[in-house]
Structure formats: structure tokens, C-alpha cells
Design a protein around this ligand. Structure first.
Ligand code: CTP
Ligand code: MG
Length: 381
């Protein structure tokens, strides 16, 4: 079945109940504007053909700024006085056969929920995420609680998904009355709407406290990336060498343009890999005399700064040194401490391992030393 959809992100509200000065959809949440969270999830979905963001009159620039690079994939449309009016404005610009209408104020939507909605549209005209009520329900009678049966009720969320033409027709025939969401409009128009399993994470930022909760949760849904690095340097007779930022006095040295610290080079490449920034040679070309004999801690620190500019901070790193000599064991804890210092990680989130290659290959013959590194990084909270 055809599953291409247009995502309409409704962001024309004033966010009065949330307070906070600016409209809630443009406020920062764990380092990213609220609206960018769901826009990113849609943008990454393989069936997302395009996106429409509906903003309040005069707020096009605020929307564009909050979307950042995602703005390139978005058509901006001016909304109306009520959410219902805003959705109507969006519908005029929808081009895909399916449409997902979403509240910008629900940042944490999952690709799995989008998939459930799209699958449901194979058999139904509309699909809406729903959750049961957990608390007891009471009807107020002159301010006094009268027990009510919660069983038949559901909490409805967004995105709400429809066959585009059917929803357009519903607007044409029943759109004059204002509905709080598309399921209500669809009901009025007699469309076949099914419920799919909702997601507690897809809650709506409505009141000030919702932001506190969202900030806390963002820790668990922040983007996590991994990078790997590998480096080799030739060994020669000498008076010592530096590995993972620690000097080891021995009768060997490492040959290279900088201080040839293969451990730090591998880790620097891992950081650049995690941040999608190429490799160490792109940033510190061996042809550049500035790096002759340089302390490789400089490279790592610079790569971490570049990653941080993208909002990425280290979570964990693991370095493996591969050589017969020098013996790494006695220096592992010093190396770990130095890496913790350079990365800002807690010592238990840093690991240094050493291995030989059983006298095989160039490392086995003592011609060179190799290092591997893996780093996990996460968007800053
Ligand atoms: N919305 C919209 N156009 C409107 C009103 C609301 O696009 N005229 C959007 C909001 O930006 C929000 C979503 O619809 O993403 C859900 O509405 P709600 O939570 O009520 O947001 P606000 O109307 O902004 O908040 P409040 O009612 O507290 O002012
Ligand atoms: Mg509102």
C-alpha cells in the first residue's frame, strides 16, 4: 500500500497555559527547540515525503529559526485563530496521499508509532493514537466528586493519520464547526477511524511542569552516536614514548610527525567519526609544520570542541593498544586518568585495554604499535 505522507506540524498556538514568555513550541528543550524534536523524527522517517509547519501570523521567522537546518525540508504556512483553523490552512498545502497531523507541543514521538499509524491506514481512512486512563475518574456535581466509569474513555494523542482526500472532504462538508482534533472532525464526517496504541512519551507540553518532566525525559531520548578510530605508528629504538597522554620510559620511541601518540590519535578519529567530521588528517594535515612534535592532547581537545559545537558530549570511551612492547599494564590506570581528564568523563566511563597479536604481524614483530578507539557521544542535556 501507498505509505508516503505529508507531516503537518501545528505550531500556530500561543502556549498560554505553559507560560514561559515565548510560545512553548519555540522554547528550548534539552538544547533543541521543542518543535525541532518531532520535525527531526518525521524528517528521518523513510515514508515522509514532505513537511508543513503551521505558524502564527508574523511568526514565520521564529519557526524557521527554531527548525534550523530542518527548515530546508519544510513548507511554512500561516495558521488561524483556532487549531482547527490552522489544520484547515495546512490541508490546502498537503501533497502526499496520506497526511499526519501533529502538535508541535508533543516533542517525543517515535518512529514505531508513525509505523503503526501508517499500517492502520492500509485498512482504515483514519488512525489515531489512544491510551487508556490510569487514574480514577470523577464527574463534578456542585464541586463534589461523583464516581464515573473510566472504562469507555481513551486519551487521544497526535500524530493523527488520514487519507488526505478523505480528510479534505471532511473539512469541506463538516469543517465549519470547530473541532479540537481531527478525530472529532472525522467522527462528525462519518469517516472510518481506528485507534492504534498510543505512547506515554508522546504527551503534550501544556503546563509549566510539563517542561520539567520533558527535560528529565530528554536524557533518555537524546541522540546517541558512536565513532571508531584506528591508528598505527612505527616503533624505533629511543628513550621512551607517549601513549594515551602518558609518558612511558623505555628503550623505544614512536615515529611520527606529532608526538605519535597512537592512542590519542585513534580516540581523536573516533570523536571526529561520531560527529561526522572526517578524520584527523582533515583537521591536522601532517604537511602543516604547526603540528611537528605536537602534544596529541591538542588534537583530541580540538575534536571534542568541534563535537561540542554540534551539541555532542562524550558518554563513554574505550581504547585498545596493540603491541608486544612496551608493556602497557603498569600504565593503564594513569592512561585512564589522563583520558578522563581530557574528555571530561568520569573514570568509570573510560577504559584502556592492551593486547598483543601473539607475535604475529607488524605489531608482533615489534615494528609498530596500533591503537583502536570507540567513543559514544550524546546530545547535551
Ligand atoms: N495550535 C495551532 N493553531 C492554533 C492553536 C493551536 O497550530 N490556533 C497548535 C499549537 O501550537 C500546539 C497544538 O496546536 O502545538 C496543540 O494546542 P495547544 O496545546 O492548545 O497549544 P496552544 O494553543 O499553543 O496552548 P494554549 O492553549 O495553552 O494557549
Ligand atoms: Mg490551545
Amino acid at each position: 500500500m501507498e505509505r508516503r505522507f505529508t507531516a503537518c506540524i501545528m505550531a500556530a498556538g500561543r502556549g498560554e497555559r505553559a507560560g514561559g514568555g515565548e510560545p512553548k513550541q519555540y522554547r528550548q528543550l534539552a538544547g533543541r527547540p521543542v518543535i525541532a524534536w518531532s520535525a527531526e523524527t518525521f524528517a528521518r522517517h523513510p515514508d515522509c515525503q514532505d513537511m508543513i509547519v503551521v505558524h502564527a501570523p508574523g511568526a514565520a521567522e521564529a519557526a524557521e529559526q527554531a527548525l534550523g537546518p530542518l527548515a530546508l525540508r519544510v513548507r511554512l504556512v500561516e495558521g488561524g485563530e483556532t487549531r482547527h483553523d490552522s489544520v484547515r490552512c495546512a490541508m490546502e498545502a498537503v501533497s502526499a496521499p496520506l497526511v499526519l497531523i501533529h502538535d508541535a507541543a508533543r516533542p517525543f514521538i517515535s518512529p514505531a508509532m508513525i509505523d503503526r499509524l501508517l499500517a492502520a491506514l492500509d485498512h482504515h481512512t483514519g488512525a489515531v493514537p489512544a491510551l487508556p486512563l490510569a487514574d480514577s475518574i470523577a464527574r463534578l456535581d456542585n464541586g463534589r466528586p461523583v464516581p464515573a466509569d473510566r472504562a469507555p474513555y481513551r486519551r487521544l494523542q497526535t500524530p493523527q493519520a488520514f487519507h488526505t482526500e478523505a480528510l479534505r472532504k471532511a473539512f469541506a462538508s463538516h469543517g465549519s464547526a470547530s473541532h479540537t482534533d481531527e478525530s472529532a472532525l472525522a467522527h462528525a464526517a462519518g469517516l472510518d477511524v481506528t485507534l492504534i496504541e498510543g505512547d506515554e512519551m508522546a504527551f503534550k507540553l501544556t503546563f509549566p511542569d510539563d517542561f520539567t518532566r520533558a527535560e528529565r525525559l530528554a536524557g533518555g531520548v537524546a541522540l546517541t552516536v558512536t565513532g571508531s578510530g584506528f591508528d598505527v605508528h612505527r616503533l624505533a629504538p629511543g628513550e621512551g614514548l607517549t601513549l594515551c597522554g602518558v609518558f612511558i620510559a623505555c628503550d623505544l620511541s614512536l615515529v611520527g610527525h606529532s608526538d605519535a601518540d597512537a592512542g590519542l590519535h585513534a580516540l581523536t578519529d573516533a570523536v571526529l567519526g561520531a560527529a561526522g567530521l572526517g578524520d584527523i588528517g582533515d583537521h591536522f594535515p601532517p604537511s602543516d609544520m604547526r603540528w611537528k612534535g605536537a602534544d596529541s592532547a591538542l588534537f583530541l581537545t580540538h575534536a571534542l570542541t568541534l563535537a561540542r559545537e554540534q551539541g555532542l558530549v562524550p558518554v563513554h570511551c574505550d581504547v585498545t593498544l596493540i603491541c608486544e612492547r612496551p608493556k602497557i599494564g603498569p600504565h593503564k590506570s594513569a592512561m585512564k586518568a589522563r583520558l578522563a581528564e581530557l574528555t571530561g568523563l568520569a573514570p568509570q566511563r573510560v577504559n584502556v585495554k592492551a593486547t598483543t597479536t601473539e607475535k604475529l604481524g607488524f605489531t608482533g614483530r615489534g615494528e609498530g604499535l596500533a591503537a583502536q578507539a570507540v567513543i559514544t557521544m550524546r546530545t547535551e542535556i
